[in-house]
Design a binder for this molecule. Structure first.
Ligand SMILES: Cc1ncc(COP(=O)(O)O)c(C=O)c1O
Length: 443
């Protein structure tokens, strides 16, 4: 079988034949030659409940046999209704109206469109701009890409949608002043959002997109107090807080929603990935009652939708997935084991190449540096050689599928299925130790 007709996403096609993964069970996957790998990234932050859950496959088959497809455009079907009720009961605050999509990008796109539309409906038509953080990834459709803070991903597609503004992320390891405590850094980072709103003019800013723990750049958790202060700032300027939880929802941080983990109530949550544990695609934009209000009366309607949003099969699988979460207490399992997982990764700090280990729940990043004392990072060529040339293939060959990423500074990202336990943490640590030790000799 040739791969000549498959256009792989975000992939150098010149890299040649890609590994072919044919099967999964629990936290493991197998390639076409029968070799086993630990799935250290849940596919792509997706397979929360683990691979090979026949229960989810059966839920999909049952629903497809009963009603394979019907839109949620002026009609409803039972699984989408039930799933919206289940999700509404899990969200923080009064986020109770669920707008289904098929992907995270569509959820982000929908959130920005809702923010703009809401302010038009409520007499503030100038409020259109979206603020987001440097290095943050929010998706690839033109709106979501415009909100994304990674210039290299954007430049091939310029000009993008106007009216987006970037603020600093919460990279405490590379804080502007070494003397800052975490709390001081949190105040500083949150205040950059207030400053951006002031610079742009509060009457022109609609929303701020933030991930609970920022993925791109390598797992930046929020400093203590950050989200409380951001919430205050958003309220002060009547700017909507969008919690982009495409990665951080459904157990990744030990709660159904990442905002619950950090104790803040956003105006909108965007989610996808883990909602179905990836057994079929489904995403959602979940809005607070206040945002739905203008659409409840008369001839108002949100002129937006996608054919497969709230797909019956996706909704049925999501319900079965949430049943697994409840029955096996996956959130509790993550909360109980996150400390142990972290402690295994922290052991790697003795290696000269490991600058920082950070994250939360089952979501960690290991930042690689050239010089630990000065935190000097690798230049582009070194990073390319190290990550693409050596680390990614070497980790995979050693039996660990994870991600070596240099969209920010070079990091190795780990986000395994939520069923993982101590033996898997030990396996990851052992493979990482061997490969990172060797990596040092390749610099
Ligand atoms: C925070 C965040 N938002 C949005 C997206 C886009 O989601 P999708 O790839 O499903 O369109 C991603 C994807 O990784 C993401 O991590």
């Amino acid at each position: 079988m040739t791969q000549d007709h498959l256009w792989m996403h975000f992939t150098r096609l010149s890299a040649g034949e890609a590994p072919v993964i044919v099967r999964g069970a629990g936290p493991y996957i197998w390639d076409q030659h029968g070799k086993r790998y630990l799935d250290g990234l849940s596919g792509l932050f997706v397979v929360q409940a683990g691979h090979g859950r026949t229960e989810l496959a059966e839920a999909a088959a049952k629903q497809a046999a009963e009603l394979a497809y019907f839109p949620i455009w002026s009609y409803a079907h039972p699984t989408a209704v039930e799933l919206s009720e289940r999700l509404a009961a899990m969200t923080p605050g009064d986020l109770g109206r669920v707008f289904f999509t098929t992907s995270g990008s569509e959820a982000v796109e929908s959130a920005w469109k809702l923010a703009r539309n809401y302010f038009k409906q409520t007499g503030k038509p100038m409020k259109t701009k979206a603020i987001s953080r440097n290095v943050a990834y929010h998706g690839t459709s033109m709106g979501a890409l415009s909100i994304t803070g990674l210039p290299l991903l954007k430049q091939q597609f310029e000009p993008l949608v106007p009216s987006t503004v970037r603020v600093p992320n919460t990279n405490y390891y590379r804080r502007p002043d070494e003397r800052m405590s975490e709390e001081e850094f949190g105040v500083w980072a949150a205040d950059r959002i207030a400053e951006a709103i002031e610079f742009e003019g509060p009457d022109t800013v609609a929303c701020v997109f933030l991930e609970p723990v920022q993925n791109a750049g390598g797992c930046f958790p929020p400093p203590p107090g950050y989200f409380a202060r951001v919430r205050e700032i958003c309220d002060r300027y009547d700017v909507l807080l969008v919690s982009d939880e495409v990665i951080c929802a459904f157990g990744r941080l030990g709660e159904y929603f990442g905002s619950t983990r950090f104790g803040y109530t956003p105006d909108i949550i965007t989610c996808a990935k883990g909602l179905t544990s990836g057994y079929v695609p489904l995403g959602a934009m979940i809005a607070s009652e206040r945002l739905v209000e203008p659409f409840l009366a008369g001839d108002a309607s949100f002129a937006h939708g996608v054919t497969f949003g709230g797909h019956p099969v996706g909704s049925a699988v999501a319900l079965a997935n949430l049943d697994i979460f409840a029955r096996e207490d996956l959130n509790g399992h993550v909360r109980a084991n996150t400390g142990l997982f972290r402690s295994y990764l922290d052991r790697l700090r003795d290696l000269p190449i490991v600058g920082d280990v950070r994250g939360d729940g089952y979501f960690f990043g290991i930042e690689l540096v050239k010089d630990k004392a000065t935190k000097e990072t690798f230049d582009d060529a070194e990073s390319d050689r190290l990550l693409r040339g050596f680390l990614s293939p070497a980790l995979f060959d050693a039996g660990l599928y994870c991600r070596a990423d240099d969209r920010g500074d070079p990091v190795v990202q780990l986000a395994p299925p939520l069923i993982c336990e101590e033996s898997h943490f030990a396996e990851m640590e052992q493979i990482l130790r061997t490969v990172l030790t060797e990596a040092w000799t390749h610099i």
